[in-house]
Design a binder for this molecule. Sequence first.
Ligand SMILES: *Cc1c(COP(=O)(O)O)cnc(C)c1O
Length: 421
Amino acid sequence: MSSARTSFGPTPAVGLICRNCEKTYDLIAQHACWQCFGPLEVEYDSTALARVTREQIEAGPHNIWRYAGLLPVGNIASDRVSLNPGMTPLIEADNLARELGMRKLWVKDDSANPTHSFKDRVVSVALTAAGYLGFDRFACASTGNLANSVAAHGARAGRESIVFIPHDLERGKVITTAVYGGSLVAVRGSYDDVNRLCSMLCETDEFENTAFVNVNIRPFYAEGSKTLGYEVAEQLGWRLPEQVVIPAASGELLTKVHKAFDDCVDIGLTDSGKVRVFGAQSAGCSPISDAFNADTDVIDPVKPTGIAKSLNIGDPAAGPYAIESARSTGGAFDKVDDDEIREGIRLLAATTGIFAETAGGVSVAVLRKLLRDGKLDPDAETVVYNTGEGLKTLDAVGDLVGPTHTVDPSLKSAKQEGLLG
Ligand SMILES: *Cc1c(COP(=O)(O)O)cnc(C)c1O
């Protein structure tokens, strides 16, 4: 046990623990419990976490590694495998708030990361762990953004990467992965098929040297999402928001942001506060939302459809925990259809200057729906998360927008087209 810990350098993490039966493990490359097959997560020494102060964090680098004292890896800068993501803008969205009849709303814009989605956070933590665990090839099963990030991290680190995607991914996500030059495998099947294939490959001798960020080293990957909670608290002046709306695919991001808010209070980084956690899914793939609204914890896997491909996980690994986060905080889950997603993208763009990918459209459209249904308090301080960049999913709104006027280069034509009144 101690040897595994030492190889990780200084870390507040003490091992892995099963989320179901609480069996403990060393810090190893494993994601499921040998005893009950439950998912493993990183366990921390709470006294080590409690020693982390606001001042230490504020003196750190302007990226996720300012929170290294709260993560399982990253305390030694030279050990990091990272594009140094994080500290993305938290934008006061006054126009959008006014449009929605809200008092105070922020957009956490994680499209500003190096490969333009929140996935850079989880990949940086996972691949730094992969380095300690002795892997020399990087891999993932991806709905798109993870592929971008793993391929880019591989390129930066000078390591081989092999990423697996569903064959029908958006062109924008394929190009922005392939350009980094690693292996890119399109699988004839859904994301859930891709994930199953990766789980099988993981067990082969040929892939023994390979870290699949969201398979064999998933517990470390999941921790990176917490920085999206710590960061919002810090950017609000070490305060917690009252409500958050977060898009959900596997449900990991939502679960870990919720955990990070709880950590902030436990560690003393913020005063106590209650954050209501709301989850957003698309109607084309809403297994978590449907289970939540049917008042059950049992997730029925679905076959995903619809334009929000980055959220198209039909069998979400952290689904039950995401439901628990929403339920225990007085939040909720909801879903929106493709037209509402497009409308969400356009509303966000027109009121904030942020062009989100489909997942961001899901968040904004669900925010609006929850307000209309009276489930979300318009007077409570709210943060809505945009997790990805609109330029990668141009086709989502490509048919809806274009030039509002077309003119000849003459005043006469400008007048004819109504530009001069
Ligand atoms: C992966 C992804 C999510 C959801 O992440 P989970 O942790 O699987 O729920 C949300 N938004 C975007 C843009 C993503 O790429």
